[in-house]
Unconditional design. Structure first.
Length: 297
């Protein structure tokens, strides 16, 4: 065993649709009951990590992306058990509720397509001949065991063949063509984020626009991402600009040594990966703390 976080994203139930990787309230309760003797409150986990006193069995709960389903379904369960978790806040949706980001793309796929393969085929129909002819890499994101070959093919086309800008253009065209309009809130509102903070949860950085390729961006863009992230959290929580958010998680597990330097400059002391690889503990890599995706449990 090694100390690590358990990573949560989407929840289904109470009007929130079920999709790949989502879990329901019962599953969250099951995980808590299974590991409750090992779960450390987020503030204490952070302190123990910094002081080097974490035990191999210690785990914490972490929530990425500022998703409304987390607040509506998961937070009341945490409150019932008295658990304080890490919440890594993707801040663009706090300013732009209609933000064209991962949660909206996922909601669109669940509403109009039976599976990710159908969405992939529809996107390819809008792509250029050169994009359509690009070879697919089934080893893409191989470190995430829960992805099917169909998932990997789609994500390779999305992340590598198209890239973020081109993917957003094609998805926007497809959403407009199908007259997509979200029927439920996808992200938390600023008051809901403030509520988490007031209740004693640990809020941390997760970038502003959630680029999937953070580790490939020029240093200045990484500085801007985390600068906007930090400033928006100041504004949302009503905190002075000198306040530090000492924890973070790496969006899509993408980062490099430059990213770690940017996080240190922002006062981050503890940052989480999105898988259990490179879990060097004990060691000096507090900015690469491992996490297990709940899908693997």
């Amino acid at each position: 065993m090694t100390p690590h976080g358990i990573m949560f994203h989407h929840f289904h139930g109470e009007g929130h649709p079920e999709g790949m990787g989502s879990i329901g309230a019962d599953k969250l309760r099951e995980v808590i009951e299974r590991f409750k003797s090992r779960i450390i409150q987020a503030p204490a986990f952070h302190e123990r990590a910094i002081s080097g006193t974490l035990e191999p069995q210690d785990i914490c709960l972490t929530f990425d992306d500022t998703l409304f389903s987390q607040y509506e379904i998961a937070e009341p369960i945490l409150a019932h058990y008295g658990i304080k978790a890490f919440w890594f806040v993707h801040t663009a949706p706090l300013i732009y509720p209609g933000w064209l980001g991962p949660a909206m793309f996922r909601d669109f796929q669940l509403e109009f397509f039976r599976n990710v393969g159908e969405l992939h085929r529809s996107l390819r129909e809008l792509a250029t001949e050169e994009e359509q002819a690009a070879p697919m890499d089934l080893a893409h994101l191989a470190e995430f065991d829960f992805y099917t070959p169909e998932d990997r093919t789609y994500r390779h086309f999305r992340d590598v063949v198209l890239g973020p800008t081109r993917f957003n253009v094609l998805m926007s065209d497809l959403m407009e063509k199908l007259e997509y309009c979200p029927t439920l809130p996808l992200w938390m509102t600023p008051p809901q984020v403030r509520d988490l903070y007031v209740k004693g949860h640990s809020l941390g950085l997760h970038s502003h626009s959630h680029p999937r390729n953070m580790g490939e961006l020029p240093g200045i863009n990484q500085i801007q991402e985390y600068g906007h992230n930090q400033y928006t959290l100041y504004h949302t929580l009503g905190l002075p600009t000198g306040h530090k958010f000492p924890s973070a998680s790496h969006p899509s597990n993408s980062y490099n040594s430059e990213t770690l330097g940017v996080l240190r400059s922002k006062g981050v002391q503890l940052a989480f990966r999105a898988n259990m690889e490179s879990a060097s503990w004990p060691g000096e890599h507090l900015l690469e703390m491992p996490r297990e995706d709940v899908a693997n449990l």
